[in-house]
Ligand binder design. Sequence first.
Ligand code: GLU
Length: 475
Amino acid sequence: MSKKVRVRIAPSPTGDPHVGTAYIALFNWVFAKKNGGDFIIRIEDTDRTRFNEKSEREILEYLKWLGLDWSEGPDLGGKYGPYKQSERAHIYREYVDKLLSEGKAYRCFCSEDRLRKLREFQNSRKLPPGYDRKCRSLTEEEVESKIAQGMEFTVRLRVPLEGKSVVNDLLRGKIEFDNAKIDDQVLMKSDGMPTYHLANVVDDKLMGITHVVRAEEWIPSTPKHVLLYRAFGWEEPVWVHMPILRNADKSKISKRKNAVSLKHYHDKGYLKEALLNFLALMGWHPKSDEEIFSLDEMIKEFSFDNMHLGGPVFDVKKLNWINREYIKGKSNRELLDLCGIEYSEFKEKIVGEVKESVYTLEELKEKVDFFNADPYENIIRSDNREKMLSIIKDSSTVIDYFRSNLPAVENLDEAKSFIELMKSDLGLSPGKILPAIRVVTIGSLSGVEAAKMLSVFPKDEIVRRVESVLKRVYE
Ligand code: GLU
């Protein structure tokens, strides 16, 4: 019988919650759902110098926003806890002791200073960097005496000097590494804290992780992990290294070229469905050509067999297009709620008019706020202020006619026929009428078509606006 699928993400809380974390979480989550498995979160915070509590909180908060729920984690606890590596130091120590007693690891007493000089020496001779294994052959007596002298030490893995380590990656096949080129990696630092490699392997094993699904940037670390599994005599998980997200120039996605914080996408008003759909397309595609799909549809069709491995470019234009599709799919009322705008019938209608012309909720909110604002305020805030004020002054006949004859308009056709009537009664071209109507109603020269505006705004509201503009212009 095959084991229950258990997957995890293991973020290091060192900064803003990253889109790359959401992308990897999404694939782990979908794979778990597809297989009736568990998706868990473990916090890898053993590097205490870079640790940041806010970052840990926000990673969980923004994954929750995306709806990628987990069944075990630092906030929920679970059978295999604690789920924060800083709280598991005693566990790693036990496993390090086991490797030491079996001679699979050794104590290294080299000082920071020696290691730095070694690196500089290797650098100057263009040699590959790495530990020269000075302490690998210390006798037991030598080790005891150094400990007795109170010398600090790290613990390193005794990497085989010959042979190969093979990473069998589900997406990439066998990747071979010469053991001779693998460093005798540090497993435990002198302060007793484990390194990433040790903690990561021990935790994946103890937490029953069946598939390690992570970004391809971890491939160089994986032979070290494979060697550790071997040293412990443990069965390896299935390795799945996902293509990393890239900037347009194909370099690894970075702050300087792309917004990478989930906060940014949340605050700009990208819908979580849109962001997830977009991230899914970075590594996977349904069999049809359809680019808009729900998580349920993805779960139904998902398999690592149809992943694409080409470097996926994080293209915000594409994300915008997807976001617009999802915005169009929401009701006007839902969009008001999502924008945090208090409901009114009028605002709901405005949303209906402008939602197809925006890419984000932020833009939508700006537009609704704009149409809802006092038109005179919009005029004086605009770069076209002078132009609009002179249109008002030059259009008194148009504005008088408009204000006195405006009927209660029920629909677009009625609005259009009123404008036609206006044109013929006043004997003026649309260019003389439409800008004036727009300026006194919304305080803008562009935006919504004038006839549309008349069909959206209640008559009383328009008259109130026109009067208030005139009052402020002439007072
Ligand atoms: N702590 C690593 C990270 O920050 C985890 C890598 C892995 O998934 O093994 O991404």
